[in-house]
Design a protein around this ligand. Structure first.
Ligand code: G4P
Length: 290
């Protein structure tokens, strides 16, 4: 399958991120809690370690992720040097409200008016960086009442007098370490996919759900004897249930794939993670052995 890849943008992003890293105290890295490693760009770690910057690793969209897998990932990242994991959803104001406190704890030598805490939010597309930034800025509006919400100064946003947010999220492209990373990223909509790829992604997702979440497929689509299904049968089954047929009467696989992926992305199917620390380790080992 062909994954879109942008080496030119990647180099430019790395250069910019390296420059910005000099002038910040803390990285807030946002990843998708359903696929934390596939949605991580190792460059964040590389750059922040080089500058010895701590990282608040936000496992975002926990409203869509399997809580058991999310808790395993939190333990996994908390065991890493300089990293604090924070599973959250930008949909919950109470979750957003904790972000700044956690950030301050990671860089206690800053957070005074003469030495404000300088934060940069980094991550691959579509993990929720802008939503988080906007939510943090909104919180500021709510707190300070009639003061101007945002003081723009040299492209920095003051969240309060002790905290600066670098105003553009550091956008990075995913590094696709494993072939399944591309499929996970496409399933979660972090990378775009054309119709052909969408069918492949739908079959991949169906296979994963058959393995780990068959009950959720049954609950949503009312399948009988799901133990006899493979991924293709799931997508065909959706086409059959929804009456998606082409002119000649064949199943409209493309439309069923699109519907299935839409159901996954919206969370209608349930809380579904696409990897756990154990499944990731297994896949990496298998890939290395190839
Ligand atoms: P980015 O800056 O990292 O690129 O991401 P952005 O904030 O634009 O968010 C991407 C999508 O993810 C948005 O949906 C946003 O509403 C959604 N999102 C962000 N945080 C959460 C969360 O905690 N839970 C859920 N369920 N969704 C979240 P969108 O514009 O509708 O895009 P899409 O989902 O159709 O791709």
């Amino acid at each position: 399958m062909s994954i879109q890849w942008y080496p030119g943008h990647m180099n430019a992003a790395k250069k910019k991120a390296a420059e910005q890293m000099e002038n910040i105290d803390l990285v807030i890295e946002v990843v998708d809690a359903r696929l934390p490693e596939a949605s991580t760009n190792p460059m964040v770690d590389e750059l922040r370690k080089f500058r010895q910057r701590p990282c608040l690793k936000i496992l975002n969209k926990i409203d869509l992720a399997d809580p058991v897998a999310t808790s395993q990932w939190a333990d996994f990242y908390n065991a890493q040097d300089g990293v604090t994991a924070y599973p959250m959803t930008t949909k919950k104001p109470a979750d957003v409200a904790r972000v700044l406190d956690l950030a301050r704890r990671l860089a206690p030598h800053r957070s005074v008016p003469t030495k404000p805490l300088r934060i940069m939010i980094m991550g691959i597309p579509n993990v929720g960086k802008s939503t988080l930034m906007n939510a943090l800025l909104k919180k500021r509006v709510a707190k300070v009442g009639d003061e101007p919400a945002v003081t723009k100064q040299q492209q920095k946003l003051y969240l309060d007098k002790n905290t600066i947010l670098v105003d553009t999220p550091g956008m990075l492209w995913p590094k696709i370490a494993l072939p399944t990373d591309g499929l996970m990223l496409a399933a979660s909509h972090a990378i775009g996919s054309n119709a052909l790829i969408e069918e492949e992604v739908a079959v991949y997702l169906a296979d994963e759900m058959l393995r780990y979440y068959p009950d959720l497929l049954v609950a949503r689509y009312g399948f009988k004897e799901i133990e006899t299904f493979d991924g293709i049968a799931v997508v065909e089954g959706i086409a059959a249930k929804r009456g998606f047929r082409q002119k000649g009467g064949d199943f409209d696989f493309e439309k069923a794939s699109h519907t299935f992926l839409g159901d996954y992305r919206s969370g209608i199917l349930g809380r579904i993670s696409l990897e756990t620390p154990a499944s990731r380790a297994e896949r990496l080992a298998a890939h290395e052995a190839e």
